[in-house]
Write a protein that binds this ligand. Sequence first.
Ligand code: PRP
Length: 208
Amino acid sequence: MINVALPKGRLGEKVYGMFAAAGYECPSILENNRRLIFENPETGVRYFWVKPSDVAIYVERGAADVGVAGKDILLEYRPDVYELLDLNIGRCRMAVAAKVGFHDDTEKTLRVATKFTRIAREYYAGLGRDIDIIHLNGSIELAPILGLSDVIVDIVETGKTLLENNLEPVETIVPISARLIANKASFKFNSGRIEAIAEGLKGQIKYD
Ligand code: PRP
């Protein structure tokens, strides 16, 4: 069995659609229930649903042979895995955003609220800018509104969340999309099967 960690949620459903179209179907996964593990002995694949930000942990530690994780998670946590393929779904960007009309006073330390502290640190280190990181776990957009931070570093997809909170994107740090990742040891011992999965998924990627 090849163990596949899928990110729970809308992205995961798209990912499963790509696996299924590539020949790795597992019809029971579409049943409306709360089970987390599904397997199809015919295709030799076992899927499990995990929290999107946990996929890389399962793969790094070998609980999953392959998985699909956002580039944001890979950049932030640097798991020791192989990144095999950009699936070109779950596309968004990591951006700096601030209150509409915000002016950066470069004389002052910039207060940056984010869930992605490593990405933010590296970005501002590259600019040689002094920052004070405020690590939050969610609703990051609140920070500049309440004066907790000057800017935020967060994921922007449609831009709707920023707009509705009177914030605007200031700078794009990096484009993000979903990636197929593999456990290093599994890739060595199951290279044929894992490469076949990657090849199959490659055929399902939609480019615009
Ligand atoms: C992300 C991000 C923003 C939102 C941006 O949150 O933190 O809040 O999406 O999307 P938009 O530009 O289309 O409005 P996500 O839904 O990933 O959940 P989170 O609250 O767990 O970060």
